[in-house]
Design a protein around this ligand. Structure first.
Ligand code: GLU
Length: 312
């Protein structure tokens, strides 16, 4: 692919420049397992819609997807239940409050603003858990693995230690879920909804996997091997929501600085899609005050400009 000319050199340069440019950012401290991650880790991967993939840095390092899994769970739910049913449970508007805020739920509307904040992702998890019961996480892992181009014998899996760490320090998510249960926004049981939500946040992947997921979205839902994994209607919804809501309450600034549909997680990862062209993922654990990877946003901004990923 012509635009992948010199890509290795570009990614190597970004790794050297941005690995330590974390501006005093901090790893997520509210989940003990995440607080202990080496803040010096850095990796960046780019995968073309045709499946050519290049990486620099610690691209073998697995990390829990955290909120990046919200892209996968939303896509899974849209494919399974259709947009009408999903958007009865969750809105499609950006949120100016932090990702785990409870405030908007009480003052503005009964349903969460969008599927990429915790309350919205919990309602999406609840739909899936209600439908699939104990099989839900395996079905989501299967789907995520297909999107990531993993072989059947090498599927993505849940890191149980992180899952437990997360479940034991999740007062805020329990509060959100109980609140939504009390208003009728969440109809399935709080426990089963959150069990699935925590498992999905704890799915482990590396930047190579996430760049393949980005490439599948960029390719209109076809995986690199040409298999339809996501419908085009779902892809349009993902692109719309990633563009407007993907970086929590930092989505506006990211749109200005990077200008690409993306989703971040408190793991320090970011999954990015360049429609028609490629998927990109970056990982650097130190976060800014909104929960986005400091070096990750900078590196993506530089790559977006250098490769004219906005088309200009
Ligand atoms: N598991 C995290 C939580 O629910 C996900 C948050 C995130 O990555 O934004 O708190």
């Amino acid at each position: 692919m012509k635009e992948f000319k010199n890509i290795r050199e570009k990614l190597d340069r970004l790794e050297k420049t941005y690995r330590s440019m974390t501006d005093g950012g901090k790893t997520a401290s509210y989940i003990p397992e995440l607080a202990d991650v080496n803040p010096r880790l850095f990796s960046i991967s780019a995968t073309s819609v045709g499946g050519e993939s290049f990486s620099s840095g610690d691209s073998d390092t697995l990390f829990s997807m955290q909120s990046i899994s919200k892209v996968v769970s939303l896509a899974f739910a849209l494919e399974r239940f259709g947009a009408e049913r999903v958007f009865k449970k969750v809105g499609m508007e950006p949120c100016a409050e932090p990702f785990n805020s409870i405030m908007k739920l009480e003052i503005s509307s009964n349903i969460p603003l969008n599927p990429f904040i915790n309350s919205g992702a919990i309602t999406v998890a609840s739909l899936i858990a209600e439908d699939l019961g104990g099989d839900a996480i395996d079905a989501v892992l299967e789907f995520a693995s297909l999107c990531a181009g993993r072989r059947p014998e090498n599927k993505l899996s849940v890191n149980e230690k992180i899952r437990e760490s997360e479940a034991s320090t999740a007062d805020r998510n329990w509060a959100l879920a109980y609140f939504m249960h009390s208003t009728g926004a969440l109809t399935h049981t709080v426990k089963d909804s959150l069990d699935l939500y925590f498992s999905m946040c704890s799915i482990e992947a590396n930047t190579v996997d996430l760049s393949f997921i980005g490439a599948t979205i960029a390719n209109g839902g076809l995986s690199a091997s040409g298999v339809r994994v996501i419908s085009l209607d779902t892809v349009y919804i993902l692109i719309g929501l990633m563009s407007t809501c993907g970086l929590y309450n930092g989505s506006g600034e990211f749109a200005v600085r990077v200008g690409l549909p993306a989703k971040s997680g408190v793991c320090g990862g970011i999954l990015c899609t360049v429609p028609g062209r490629m998927g990109i993922s970056v990982f650097s654990p130190p976060l800014d005050e909104r929960g986005n990877s400091v070096a990750g946003v900078k590196a993506l901004g530089a790559l977006s400009r250098e490769m004219k990923l906005r088309g200009l």
